[in-house]
Design a protein around this ligand. Structure first.
Ligand code: IPM
Ligand code: MN
Length: 372
C-alpha cells in the first residue's frame, strides 16, 4: 500500500471550508486509486496567533518537515493586522522550506464562464512559474522620518543568481515537456539590475535547452497579452511580485480566484512542498458556504501528482471540471449548492472513470518533472 504522510493546515476564513471539501475528494481518491493519505492537522492562523502569540515556530517547522507534503487552506483575518500572518507564516514557510517555485496553471476549463469574450479552452492553457522566495518578498528595507512629512521608505528587491537559476531551469524543463515555449516576464527596461540578471540567466540556460523557444514580455505588456492572447504563452517565468500580480489576472481569465490552484515546490527534496488555492481567506464570506473549493481541490490534485499519484490527480481534475461546468455561478449564493456540496459532487465522480480533460494537464507536468 502506498502511503503519503500529509500535513493539513486549514487556517482562517474560508480556508477550513475549502479544506474540508478537498479532504472529501482526497478520501474518494484514496479508495478509488488504492493509496493511503495519513493526515495530520495543524492548528495555525489568526485564532491560534491571538491565543498563543505564535506564528511560524521552529517547533512547527520541525514537525512539518517530517511530512511528504503540506495542504494549506488560507490565512488572514481582520482581527490581526494585515501582513502579520501573511509574512509571519506563509512567507516564512515558503522560505524555510525553500519552496522556490510557485507553479500556477492558467487553464480555461470547458464550460467555465470567463470574462474574456470569445476566449476558448484551446487558446488558454499555460503555466506561470513564479519565483517564490526572493525579490521584493524578502522583506528588507527601512523607513526614516516615519510619520513625518519627510518620511523616506526604501523597499529592497533581492535577486540572486542561484535563486533565479533554479526557477529558470525548472521552467525550461517544464517548457521542454510541454509546447516548447518559455517567456520571461519582467520590467528590464526600468529595473535594469534585476532584469539583466534574469535575462542573462535565461540566455545562459537556453543553451542547455535548444528545443525551447525563448521570448520576453514586459510585465505591463503581459497585462494586455495575457487576457487578449493567452495562446501566445506556454510557460511564463517571472519574479515573485510580478508573479503575484499576473497570476491573479490569470485566475480571472480562467474563471476567478475560486478556480485557480497552485503548488509551492521545494526542488531539492530538503523539505515538503506546499499546495494551496491562490485565493486568500475571504473573511467577508467565511462560514456561508459560498466559496468555490475547486481551487483547493485542484491544488490537492497537484499535491497527489507531485507525490506520484498521477492517475488520481487526473481523475480529480476531470471530476472537478465536470462539476464546475454544471455550476450556475462560480461562487456565492448563486452557485446552486454550497462549498461542501461541490466537494461531495466531485468526490462522487472521482472513481467514475471520466476521460481526462483535453489538452496538456499540469498534473502530468508535475508527475513527469519529479523533483528530488
Ligand atoms: C499569494 C498571496 C500571498 C502572496 C499572500 C497571502 C502572502 O497573495 O499566494 O499570491 O502575496 O504571495
Ligand atoms: Mn497573490
Amino acid at each position: 500500500m502506498r502511503t503519503h504522510n500529509i500535513a493539513v493546515i486549514p487556517g482562517d476564513g474560508i480556508g477550513p471550508e475549502v479544506m474540508d471539501a478537498s479532504l472529501m475528494v482526497l478520501a474518494a481518491a484514496e479508495s478509488a486509486f488504492g493509496f493511503t493519505a495519513e493526515l495530520t492537522q495543524y492548528d495555525a492562523g489568526a485564532q491560534h496567533y491571538l491565543r498563543t502569540g505564535e506564528l511560524w515556530t521552529s517547533d512547527l517547522e520541525e514537525r512539518l518537515r517530517g511530512h511528504d507534503a503540506i495542504l494549506f487552506g488560507a490565512m488572514g483575518d481582520p482581527a490581526v493586522k494585515p501582513g502579520i500572518l501573511e509574512r509571519g507564516f506563509i512567507l516564512a514557510m515558503r522560505k524555510a522550506f525553500q519552496q522556490a517555485v510557485n507553479l500556477r496553471p492558467v487553464k480555461l476549463y470547458p464550460g467555465v464562464a470567463t470574462p474574456i469574450a470569445g476566449l476558448t479552452p484551446e487558446r488558454c492553457d499555460l503555466v506561470i512559474v513564479r519565483e517564490n522566495t526572493e525579490g521584493a518578498y524578502v522583506g528588507q528595507g527601512s523607513t526614516v522620518h516615519a510619520g513625518t512629512p519627510n518620511a523616506v521608505a526604501v523597499q529592497e528587491s533581492v535577486n540572486t543568481r542561484p535563486g533565479i537559476e533554479r526557477v529558470v531551469d525548472y521552467s525550461f524543463r517544464l517548457a521542454s515537456s510541454r509546447r516548447g515555449k518559455l517567456t520571461l516576464c519582467h520590467k528590464k527596461n526600468i529595473l535594469i539590475e534585476a532584469g539583466n540578471l534574469w535575462q542573462d540567466t535565461v540566455d545562459d540556460l537556453s543553451v542547455k535547452y535548444p528545443e525551447v523557444e525563448v521570448d520576453y514580455v514586459h510585465v505591463d505588456a503581459m497585462c494586455f497579452h495575457l487576457p487578449v492572447a493567452p495562446e501566445r504563452f506556454d510557460v511564463v517565468v517571472t519574479d515573485n511580485l510580478f508573479g503575484d500580480i499576473i497570476t491573479d489576472l490569470g485566475a480571472v481569465i480562467q474563471g476567478g480566484l475560486g478556480v485557480a490552484a497552485s503548488a509551492n515546490l521545494n526542488l531539492d527534496g530538503s523539505a515538503p512542498s506546499m499546495f494551496e488555492a491562490i485565493h486568500g481567506s475571504a473573511p467577508d464570506i467565511a462560514g456561508k458556504g459560498w466559496a468555490n473549493p475547486v481551487g483547493a481541490v485542484l491544488s490537492t490534485a497537484m499535491c497527489l501528482a507531485q507525490l506520484g499519484e498521477q492517475e488520481a490527480a487526473l481523475a480529480i481534475e476531470a471530476a472537478a471540471v465536470q462539476v464546475l461546468a454544471g455550476l450556475p455561478e462560480l461562487s456565492g449564493p448563486g452557485m446552486g449548492t454550497d462549498t461542501a456540496g461541490v466537494g461531495k459532487e466531485i468526490a462522487a465522480l472521482v472513481g467514475a472513470g471520466l476521460p481526462p480533460v483535453a489538452g496538456r494537464s499540469v498534473m502530468e507536468d508535475l508527475a513527469g518533472l519529479k523533483v528530488k
